[in-house]
Ligand binder design. Structure first.
Ligand code: C5P
Length: 218
Protein backbone atom coordinates (compact mmCIF):
# COMPACT_ATOMS: atom_id res chain seq x y z
CA UNK A 1 0.00 0.00 0.00
CA UNK A 2 1.36 3.43 -0.86
CA UNK A 3 1.77 6.06 1.82
CA UNK A 4 -1.39 8.27 1.97
CA UNK A 5 -1.10 11.88 0.84
CA UNK A 6 -3.31 14.89 1.48
CA UNK A 7 -2.57 17.79 -0.88
CA UNK A 8 -3.44 21.40 -0.05
CA UNK A 9 -3.00 23.78 -2.97
CA UNK A 10 -3.95 27.41 -3.34
CA UNK A 11 -2.70 30.94 -3.88
CA UNK A 12 -0.23 32.81 -1.74
CA UNK A 13 -1.53 33.78 1.70
CA UNK A 14 -4.63 31.54 1.72
CA UNK A 15 -3.58 29.94 5.02
CA UNK A 16 -2.22 26.70 3.51
CA UNK A 17 0.84 26.64 5.76
CA UNK A 18 -1.00 27.04 9.04
CA UNK A 19 -3.75 24.62 8.04
CA UNK A 20 -1.36 22.01 6.62
CA UNK A 21 0.89 22.07 9.68
CA UNK A 22 -2.07 21.73 12.07
CA UNK A 23 -3.67 18.92 10.06
CA UNK A 24 -0.32 17.08 9.77
CA UNK A 25 0.11 17.34 13.54
CA UNK A 26 -3.41 16.03 14.23
CA UNK A 27 -2.91 13.09 11.88
CA UNK A 28 0.68 12.44 13.00
CA UNK A 29 1.81 12.75 9.35
CA UNK A 30 4.84 14.38 7.74
CA UNK A 31 4.58 17.84 6.25
CA UNK A 32 5.93 19.21 2.96
CA UNK A 33 5.99 22.99 2.48
CA UNK A 34 6.88 22.87 -1.22
CA UNK A 35 6.98 26.67 -1.47
CA UNK A 36 9.99 26.64 0.87
CA UNK A 37 11.90 24.56 -1.72
CA UNK A 38 11.24 27.20 -4.40
CA UNK A 39 12.04 29.92 -1.87
CA UNK A 40 15.32 28.19 -0.91
CA UNK A 41 16.26 28.08 -4.60
CA UNK A 42 15.44 31.78 -4.89
CA UNK A 43 17.80 32.50 -1.97
CA UNK A 44 20.51 30.31 -3.50
CA UNK A 45 20.17 32.10 -6.85
CA UNK A 46 20.27 35.54 -5.20
CA UNK A 47 23.29 34.50 -3.07
CA UNK A 48 25.11 33.47 -6.24
CA UNK A 49 24.20 36.74 -8.02
CA UNK A 50 22.60 34.78 -10.82
CA UNK A 51 20.67 36.56 -13.53
CA UNK A 52 17.11 35.24 -13.00
CA UNK A 53 16.53 35.06 -16.75
CA UNK A 54 19.52 32.69 -17.09
CA UNK A 55 17.56 29.43 -16.88
CA UNK A 56 20.64 27.20 -17.25
CA UNK A 57 22.38 28.89 -14.33
CA UNK A 58 19.26 28.64 -12.13
CA UNK A 59 18.90 24.94 -13.00
CA UNK A 60 22.56 24.36 -12.08
CA UNK A 61 22.04 25.97 -8.67
CA UNK A 62 18.85 23.91 -8.18
CA UNK A 63 20.69 20.67 -8.91
CA UNK A 64 23.56 21.49 -6.57
CA UNK A 65 21.61 22.73 -3.57
CA UNK A 66 21.64 20.59 -0.45
CA UNK A 67 18.48 21.11 1.60
CA UNK A 68 17.73 19.90 5.12
CA UNK A 69 14.30 20.35 6.67
CA UNK A 70 13.35 20.22 10.31
CA UNK A 71 9.57 20.11 10.20
CA UNK A 72 8.90 20.51 13.92
CA UNK A 73 6.52 23.13 15.34
CA UNK A 74 8.48 25.75 13.39
CA UNK A 75 9.91 24.82 9.98
CA UNK A 76 13.72 25.16 9.91
CA UNK A 77 15.51 25.01 6.56
CA UNK A 78 19.25 24.64 6.01
CA UNK A 79 20.69 25.44 2.58
CA UNK A 80 24.14 23.96 2.01
CA UNK A 81 24.59 23.73 5.80
CA UNK A 82 23.45 27.30 6.55
CA UNK A 83 20.18 28.14 8.31
CA UNK A 84 18.12 30.29 5.89
CA UNK A 85 14.82 30.08 7.82
CA UNK A 86 14.70 33.83 8.53
CA UNK A 87 15.08 34.69 4.83
CA UNK A 88 12.26 32.40 3.63
CA UNK A 89 9.19 34.58 4.40
CA UNK A 90 10.28 37.88 2.81
CA UNK A 91 8.36 39.23 -0.18
CA UNK A 92 11.55 39.46 -2.21
CA UNK A 93 12.18 35.74 -1.69
CA UNK A 94 8.56 34.89 -2.58
CA UNK A 95 8.55 37.01 -5.73
CA UNK A 96 11.90 35.65 -6.89
CA UNK A 97 10.63 32.11 -6.20
CA UNK A 98 7.57 32.73 -8.34
CA UNK A 99 9.72 33.97 -11.26
CA UNK A 100 12.02 30.94 -11.31
CA UNK A 101 9.14 28.53 -10.56
CA UNK A 102 7.79 29.28 -14.04
CA UNK A 103 10.74 27.48 -15.70
CA UNK A 104 9.86 23.86 -16.64
CA UNK A 105 13.53 22.80 -16.27
CA UNK A 106 13.59 24.12 -12.69
CA UNK A 107 10.36 22.31 -11.80
CA UNK A 108 11.75 19.08 -13.25
CA UNK A 109 14.86 19.27 -11.05
CA UNK A 110 12.80 19.97 -7.92
CA UNK A 111 10.16 17.29 -8.57
CA UNK A 112 11.97 14.36 -6.95
CA UNK A 113 12.98 16.43 -3.92
CA UNK A 114 9.24 16.89 -3.27
CA UNK A 115 8.25 13.30 -3.97
CA UNK A 116 10.86 12.12 -1.43
CA UNK A 117 8.68 13.56 1.36
CA UNK A 118 6.10 10.78 0.84
CA UNK A 119 7.11 8.81 3.91
CA UNK A 120 5.04 6.67 6.32
CA UNK A 121 2.67 7.09 8.01
CA UNK A 122 1.41 9.85 5.66
CA UNK A 123 2.09 13.23 4.11
CA UNK A 124 0.36 16.59 4.03
CA UNK A 125 1.79 18.47 1.02
CA UNK A 126 1.19 22.18 0.57
CA UNK A 127 1.84 24.18 -2.63
CA UNK A 128 0.44 25.08 -6.03
CA UNK A 129 0.62 21.80 -7.99
CA UNK A 130 0.64 19.16 -5.26
CA UNK A 131 -2.69 17.60 -6.32
CA UNK A 132 -2.26 18.17 -10.06
CA UNK A 133 1.41 17.31 -10.78
CA UNK A 134 3.51 16.12 -7.84
CA UNK A 135 0.99 13.79 -6.15
CA UNK A 136 -1.81 13.34 -8.73
CA UNK A 137 -2.85 10.05 -7.10
CA UNK A 138 -3.34 11.58 -3.65
CA UNK A 139 -6.46 10.22 -1.97
CA UNK A 140 -7.45 13.62 -0.58
CA UNK A 141 -7.02 16.98 -2.25
CA UNK A 142 -7.97 20.42 -1.01
CA UNK A 143 -7.93 23.75 -2.86
CA UNK A 144 -7.77 26.54 -0.30
CA UNK A 145 -8.28 30.13 -1.36
CA UNK A 146 -9.45 33.54 -0.10
CA UNK A 147 -9.97 36.97 -1.66
CA UNK A 148 -6.80 38.88 -2.60
CA UNK A 149 -7.71 41.64 -0.10
CA UNK A 150 -8.09 39.17 2.78
CA UNK A 151 -4.85 37.38 1.88
CA UNK A 152 -2.90 40.63 1.65
CA UNK A 153 -4.14 41.68 5.10
CA UNK A 154 -3.15 38.31 6.59
CA UNK A 155 0.30 38.43 5.00
CA UNK A 156 0.81 41.99 6.25
CA UNK A 157 -0.04 40.96 9.83
CA UNK A 158 2.26 37.90 9.62
CA UNK A 159 5.23 39.99 8.47
CA UNK A 160 4.68 42.70 11.08
CA UNK A 161 4.43 40.05 13.82
CA UNK A 162 7.76 38.63 12.62
CA UNK A 163 9.29 42.12 12.85
CA UNK A 164 9.62 42.41 9.05
CA UNK A 165 8.89 45.83 7.49
CA UNK A 166 5.75 45.70 5.30
CA UNK A 167 3.42 47.91 3.26
CA UNK A 168 -0.19 46.76 2.76
CA UNK A 169 -0.78 48.43 -0.61
CA UNK A 170 2.47 47.04 -1.98
CA UNK A 171 1.66 43.55 -0.64
CA UNK A 172 -1.81 43.63 -2.27
CA UNK A 173 -0.24 44.51 -5.62
CA UNK A 174 2.45 41.82 -5.22
CA UNK A 175 -0.15 39.19 -4.31
CA UNK A 176 -2.18 40.01 -7.42
CA UNK A 177 0.94 39.90 -9.57
CA UNK A 178 2.03 36.59 -8.03
CA UNK A 179 -1.49 35.11 -8.51
CA UNK A 180 -1.37 36.13 -12.14
CA UNK A 181 2.10 34.64 -12.67
CA UNK A 182 1.28 31.39 -10.86
CA UNK A 183 -2.08 30.96 -12.64
CA UNK A 184 -0.98 31.90 -16.14
CA UNK A 185 2.33 30.04 -16.43
CA UNK A 186 2.47 27.33 -19.07
CA UNK A 187 3.70 24.58 -16.74
CA UNK A 188 2.00 23.36 -13.55
CA UNK A 189 -0.18 26.46 -13.23
CA UNK A 190 -2.07 27.10 -10.02
CA UNK A 191 -5.43 25.43 -10.60
CA UNK A 192 -7.77 23.35 -8.46
CA UNK A 193 -7.55 19.62 -9.16
CA UNK A 194 -10.87 18.31 -10.48
CA UNK A 195 -11.25 16.05 -7.45
CA UNK A 196 -10.29 18.69 -4.87
CA UNK A 197 -12.47 19.97 -2.05
CA UNK A 198 -12.77 23.74 -2.70
CA UNK A 199 -12.61 25.93 0.40
CA UNK A 200 -12.87 29.74 0.34
CA UNK A 201 -11.52 30.81 3.72
CA UNK A 202 -12.32 34.54 3.34
CA UNK A 203 -15.02 34.33 6.00
CA UNK A 204 -13.81 31.30 7.92
CA UNK A 205 -11.52 31.06 10.93
CA UNK A 206 -8.41 28.92 10.72
CA UNK A 207 -10.01 26.50 13.23
CA UNK A 208 -13.06 26.09 10.95
CA UNK A 209 -10.85 25.37 7.93
CA UNK A 210 -8.78 22.82 9.87
CA UNK A 211 -12.01 21.07 11.00
CA UNK A 212 -13.35 20.99 7.43
CA UNK A 213 -10.13 19.50 6.10
CA UNK A 214 -9.92 16.91 8.88
CA UNK A 215 -13.55 15.87 8.29
CA UNK A 216 -12.81 15.50 4.57
CA UNK A 217 -9.81 13.25 5.29
CA UNK A 218 -11.63 11.14 7.87
O1 C5P B 1 3.80 29.01 -1.15
P1 C5P B 1 4.87 30.05 -1.25
O2 C5P B 1 4.36 31.45 -1.22
O3 C5P B 1 5.95 29.84 -0.24
O4 C5P B 1 5.55 29.81 -2.68
C1 C5P B 1 6.43 30.75 -3.25
C2 C5P B 1 6.34 30.64 -4.77
O5 C5P B 1 6.86 29.38 -5.18
C3 C5P B 1 4.92 30.68 -5.32
O6 C5P B 1 4.46 31.99 -5.62
C4 C5P B 1 5.00 29.83 -6.57
O7 C5P B 1 5.37 30.59 -7.70
C5 C5P B 1 6.12 28.86 -6.28
N1 C5P B 1 5.60 27.53 -5.96
C6 C5P B 1 5.29 26.71 -7.03
N2 C5P B 1 4.87 25.44 -6.79
C7 C5P B 1 4.72 24.99 -5.55
C8 C5P B 1 5.00 25.82 -4.45
C9 C5P B 1 5.42 27.11 -4.69
O8 C5P B 1 5.39 27.12 -8.17
N3 C5P B 1 4.32 23.73 -5.36
Amino acid sequence: MSVPVLTIDGPSGAGKGTVSRAVAKQLGWNYLDSGSIYRALAIAALNNNIELSDVKAVVKVAGAMQLEFDCGDELIVNLNGIDITHKLPTENTGNTASIIAAYPEVRAVLLQKQKDFQQAPGLVADGRDMGTVVFPDAANKVYLTASAKERAERRYKQLIEKGIDANLIQITEEIKLRDHRDQQRAIAPLIAAEDALYIDSSNLSIIQVIEEVLNWVR
